[in-house]
Design a protein around this ligand. Structure first.
Ligand code: AMP
Length: 220
């Protein structure tokens, strides 16, 4: 199955995608994670992306489209993928559709995580991420067993630089202005399904599994 997870930062897209990826052998394609890797490389491309990311603004389309479309061509995407954080503009959505069409593929479902500002601000400001395996935690909601250490791989947990109050505000405003329109875009195509982004991880997984069954995307 080929899915897009759509919704504001902090709606639970990444956390749920990382839990679903093993269960259904899907590639988890997070444009944010790929951009953070690019930033680490200290290349001119990485430095350019960093400027936008630090401000909470979107990285220019041409840069992110290239990175994501190259990733979709990799063999692990043949059994399906979840796009998390991409597309975020109508140009990205169009380029994705064209690239998939050329391969006789299409997106099966766009899952829109509808949530409140209160939930996302609370989640982003308490979010902790493993520096080794990328697993997400939350200071209150999903605390690690040992403070600062990943339960799964023992890696150090860190807080993302853009998970601070000011940048969170910008990211939410940018989402409303530049990404919000994609909800209608996919609704018109008949592939949008709305779920609540306000529930905890286990409840969210249950809702998604029910949805995949109803849509005939997975066997019983
Ligand atoms: P995320 O990890 O999805 O919250 O993304 C972190 C940051 O990476 C965003 O605030 C943007 O600066 C950048 N970014 C991630 N995905 C995209 C995208 N599809 N288009 C443009 N910028 C993106």
């Amino acid at each position: 199955m080929r899915l897009i997870f759509l919704g504001p930062p902090g709606a639970g897209k990444g956390t749920l995608a990382s839990r679903l990826k093993q269960r259904y052998s899907l590639a988890h394609i997070s444009s944010g994670d790929m951009l953070r890797e690019t930033v680490k490389s200290n290349t001119p491309l990485g430095l350019k992306a960093k400027e936008f990311m630090d401000r909470g603004e979107l990285v220019p389309d041409e840069l992110v489209i290239q990175i994501v479309l190259d990733r979709i061509r990799r063999p692990d995407c043949r059994s399906g993928f979840i796009l998390d954080g991409f597309p975020r503009t109508s140009l990205q959505a169009e380029r994705l559709e064209e690239a998939l069409e050329r391969k006789n593929m299409e997106i099966d479902l766009v899952v829109y995580f509808q949530t409140t500002t209160e939930t996302v601000v609370g989640r982003l400001s308490g979010r902790l991420i493993c520096s080794v395996c990328g697993y997400n935690y939350h200071i209150k909601n999903i605390p690690p067993k040992q403070e600062g250490i990943c339960d799964h791989c023992g890696g150090q947990l860190y807080q993302r630089q853009d998970d601070n109050e000011q940048t969170i505000k910008t990211r939410l405003a940018v989402y409303q202005k530049q990404t919000g329109g994609l909800i209608d875009y996919y609704r018109r195509k008949g592939i949008l399904r709305t779920v609540s982004g306000d529930v905890d991880v286990e409840a969210g997984l249950e809702v998604l599994e029910g949805l995949f069954h109803r849509e005939g995307l997975v066997d019983d």
